[in-house]
Design a protein around this ligand. Structure first.
Ligand code: FES
Length: 106
């Protein structure tokens, strides 16, 4: 099980923002929505593209900028076509002003 890794300062991610970061070589996107921070692998399950430029819609789903697939922030579930598989999500903690993630896949 991985250790917590600092990927960004908490102050760098404002409400509603999406920020690219690196989790020990894995590209991730950080999202702050309604005060909570979420972290997802920056790879759309539709065609594997990075999703820089994506945004959170009014319903609180992350929208891929390429073909409009929507994903739930809480668990990465694909909510509409053209994506059908969930995003990989990472546990998040905010500690001493730092956003920390853990990759529990290995
Ligand atoms: S690459 Fe994300 S919806 Fe197509």
């Amino acid at each position: 099980m991985g250790d917590w890794i600092t990927v960004e300062g908490d102050a760098a991610l404002g409400e509603g923002q999406v920020l690219a970061a690196d989790l020990d070589g894995v590209p991730v996107l950080l999202v702050r929505h309604q005060g909570c921070v979420y972290a997802m692998e920056n790879r759309c399950t539709h065609d594997g593209s990075e999703m820089d430029g994506g945004h959170v819609d009014e319903a609180g789903a992350f929208v891929c900028p390429h073909h409009g697939a929507r994903f739930a922030l809480k668990d990465g579930e694909a909510l509409c076509a053209p994506a059908y598989e969930p995003l990989t999500m990472f546990p998040v903690q905010v500690e001493a002003g730092c956003i920390q993630l853990k990759d529990e896949r290995w």
